[in-house]
Each structure stands twice: as structure tokens, then as C-alpha cells.
Design a protein around this ligand. Structure first.
Ligand code: PGA
Ligand code: ZN
Length: 424
């Protein structure tokens, strides 16, 4: 039984405030959880509630969410059974009363929802992943390591494409995959140094060199994979998140780095060329959040050989995912709990994708804390892959390190998803 809930304002990895909730059960179990925060947020995401008080954290304070949790949310949830996650989340959803958490804020509800799940797992003496999933079948995800940052995550000083990730799917275990990834990250750093590029990093821990095109990072990454002693394509794939909504203006895609403005059809051609020339296995947000025609063309063109993930397109929202499935607009969904605001709704989004043979890739946000909820969640949901940044920076490695612990504790039962972790 939920006895008390307390919240506080803490800092995220970008130095902005975020919400931490703390749930205490009658049995004495206590758990915390903190909401992350995006920079390239989709316009259809649930609301992130901030104070807007100028002169205090630049308007980004979260004292209002904190007081909501310490007041009406605590009053409403106290006495509920923490093991009834769905009932708890439904109470939060009803208390908010809007489709997009416009009253309470998804950052408010999510911190509470995650803390309740974690407290329930603690009360049962189980790992969070065991509590949320099938304890007999832990599936360790392929880590999608973001080793080169661009777009808004690099203050528009690097490539237009936001994320260049490596997927060490050929490794035998998660621990080995993480080692491969870290070795490639260091090989890339050495290579950038040799070429006279900066080795400063972006928001998600990947390097942020001022390259002259969106293709150049792919050449650098392929070379880094080889230098680290791995086989690009056979052992390690590449994933892209152009986050194209952030350079979509006036109905066209503006690649400033290359001085080009492209139509959706030209972007699709470009992705086809990239998939022909490089071991690109995933493209996330290749097209903009409301460019449904473009997405259908992209899926018709590349959907049989590349996992096409909708992030800003679907915003972890069941209604938008249903439309995407109906229209053949993608073949996978990015899963970000704070885009929707409760654990139960996040699970529904994953299940909807899986039921339709679509991929589900769980994701961090560019503003993070050391909260590791998504690591356990990914294993429990058996999604096969997870993106949570570079193999560097504390808030990123916190998740990967939790997966090391899970793999170790699961022992013989643990399986590494490998190449099968992708829909294509
Ligand atoms: P965000 O970026 O957290 O800044 O939205 C992550 C992504 O686009 O996948
Ligand atoms: Zn994205």
C-alpha cells in the first residue's frame, strides 16, 4: 500500500531542473525515480510542465510539478496498492483529465508512475525487470551507442543529422557488445584527433566534430569500427537518427551543412544511397513528424531492409502508432516513457508495436539523470534494442551498467538479442 509520496526538484545532465519522486509503502519499501527531458521534442508529445518563472532557472523550474505531487497526487494515490500499476496509472490519468497530460504534466506523472513500479518491485524483493516482465526470459538488448552527435544536440555546429549510433549485434553477450562499443568509441576519438577535429562531446556523450557533410561521419565511423578490429556490417551495424523534424522548414528538408534543400522524395533517395553504401540498419525520424506521405514512401522504398523508427512521428502514443500501422508509415516505434507519462501507457505502446510485428526501441532523452528505469524496462519488454547514448558520461553509462548487472544476475537464463533484436 502506498503510504506517502514526496517530490523534489533535482538537476538533469544539462543542468536543468527535473522532477524526482519518492514513494514509500506501508511495508517500508522506498523507491525513487526521476523524469528525463528532451531537446528535439516532438510537437505531439505529452506536455512537460515547467514553472515559466523568469529569473528562476530560466523559466525551467519544476516547483509546480513538485507541489502537485506533494499535494493532490499524494492525496489521490495514498492507500492504493502499489502492485496494481494499472490502477495507479489510471488514477493519475483521471486526475489529469486530458489526453496529453496538460494539467499535471507528463514529467510529473511519469516520475510518480516509475517510482511506484520500483517500490512494488522492492516490496516483492525482485528486480524491476523481473517484476515488469517474465523472470524466466530476460532478453538483453543490443545497445545502440550514439558515438557522434549533431543537430540540436551539438548546437548545430556539427552535422544536421542528430545521432550516429553503432549497434554491436555480432557480440555473443551484452557485456561483450558494450566492450566492443567502448573500443570503437575510443578508436573514433583517436581518428578525430588525427584529422584535427575537436573531440568535445554533445548532449548524449558522442563526439561533435564540425564535419562538412552528413555522410562524412559514416566514413569516420566505418573506419573506427575497422580500427577497433570489428567487421562493419557483419558484426557492427550503424543506426541514424537524423531527427529531421528539427531541420524541416516550409515543407522541405534543409541540410545546412551541405547547403541543400531537399523534398521528401529526395530525402528518401538519399537514405537509399546511404543504406546501399554503408551498413545502415536503422533510420529513426528520417522524415518529419507530420510528413505522413513521406513516411509511406520511405517505408515502401526501404522498409524491407531497414528498420524505420518513428520517434517524433509517434511520440509513444497509441493513437498515432495505430495510424502508422494502418498506413504502413514505418515498421518500428521509438519508446520514450516521458512522451506519454505513465508506465502503463508506455507498456501499451510497446505491446501494440510487437503485436503488429513492428520493432520497439526504448530510448533515453538528451536530458537525463542516473535513473536506470529504461534499462530494466527494455529487458522486461523484450524489445531487443535500447538507445541510451554514448558509452561515456555518467547518466548514459548508468543504464548500460545496469544491464551488465542484470545480465550477470540472470546467468544462464540471459539471452543477448543480437541481430534478431531488429525487425529488419
Ligand atoms: P531528445 O532526443 O531527447 O532531445 O528529444 C532524442 C531523440 O530525438 O531520439
Ligand atoms: Zn529521435
Amino acid at each position: 500500500t502506498i503510504q506517502s509520496i514526496r517530490a523534489r526538484e533535482i538537476l538533469d545532465s544539462r543542468g536543468n531542473p527535473t522532477v524526482e519522486a519518492e514513494v514509500t509503502l506501508a511495508c517500508g519499501a522506498l523507491a525513487r525515480a526521476a523524469s528525463p527531458s528532451g531537446a528535439s521534442t516532438g510537437v505531439h508529445e505529452a506536455l512537460e510542465l515547467r514553472d515559466g518563472v523568469i529569473g528562476r532557472y530560466g523559466g525551467k523550474g519544476v516547483q509546480r510539478p513538485v507541489s502537485l505531487i506533494n499535494g493532490e497526487i499524494r492525496d489521490r494515490l495514498a492507500g492504493l496498492d502499489a502492485l496494481e500499476q494499472q490502477a495507479v496509472d489510471e488514477a493519475l490519468i483521471r486526475l489529469d483529465g486530458t489526453p496529453n497530460k496538460e494539467n499535471l504534466g507528463a514529467n510529473t506523472t511519469l516520475a510518480v508512475s516509475m517510482a511506484v513500479a520500483r517500490a512494488a518491485a522492492a516490496a516483492e524483493g525482485r528486480w524491476l525487470w523481473e517484476y515488469l516482465g517474465d523472470p524466466a526470459r530476460p532478453l538483453l538488448p543490443v545497445p545502440m551507442l550514439n558515438i557522434l552527435n549533431g543537430g540540436v544536440h551539438a548546437n548545430w555546429q556539427g552535422p544536421d543529422f542528430q545521432e550516429y549510433m553503432i549497434a554491436p549485434y555480432g557480440a555473443p553477450t551484452f557485456a561483450e557488445a558494450l566492450r566492443w562499443g567502448a573500443e570503437i568509441y575510443h578508436a573514433l576519438k583517436a581518428l578525430l584527433k588525427e584529422k584535427g577535429y575537436s573531440t568535445g562531446v554533445g548532449d548524449e556523450g558522442g563526439f561533435a566534430p564540425t564535419v562538412s557533410s552528413n555522410t562524412e561521419p559514416l566514413d569516420l565511423i566505418v573506419e573506427a569500427i575497422e580500427r577497433a578490429g570489428y567487421d562493419p556490417g557483419r558484426e557492427v551495424g550503424i543506426a541514424l537518427d537524423p531527427a529531421s523534424s528539427s531541420f524541416y522548414t516550409g515543407g522541405a528538408y534543409e541540410l545546412r551543412t551541405e547547403g541543400l534543400t531537399l523534398t521528401a522524395a529526395e530525402m528518401v533517395d538519399r537514405y537509399r544511397e546511404l543504406a546501399d553504401a554503408y551498413p545502415v540498419i536503422v533510420i529513426e525520424d528520417g522524415l518529419a513528424e507530420d510528413d505522413w506521405d513521406g513516411w509511406r514512401l520511405l517505408t515502401a522504398t526501404l522498409g524491407d531492409r531497414v528498420e524505420l523508427v518513428g520517434d517524433d512521428l509517434f511520440v509513444t502514443n497509441v493513437a498515432r502508432i495505430e495510424r502508422g500501422i494502418r498506413e504502413g508509415a514505418a515498421n518500428a516505434v521509438l519508446i520514450k516513457p516521458n512522451q506519454i507519462g505513465t508506465v502503463t501507457e508506455t507498456i501499451a505502446a510497446v505491446r501494440l508495436a510487437q503485436k503488429n510485428g513492428w520493432g520497439a526501441m526504448v530510448s533515453h532523452r538528451s536530458g537525463e539523470t542516473v535513473d536506470t528505469f529504461i534499462a530494466d524496462f527494455t529487458v522486461a519488454m523484450q524489445t531487443g534494442h535500447l538507445k541510451t547514448g554514448a558509452p561515456a558520461r555518467g547518466e548514459r553509462v548508468a543504464k548500460y551498467n545496469q544491464l551488465l548487472r542484470i545480465e550477470e544476475a540472470a546467468g544462464e537464463a540471459a539471452r543477448y538479442a543480437g541481430r534478431g533484436g531488429f525487425v529488419r
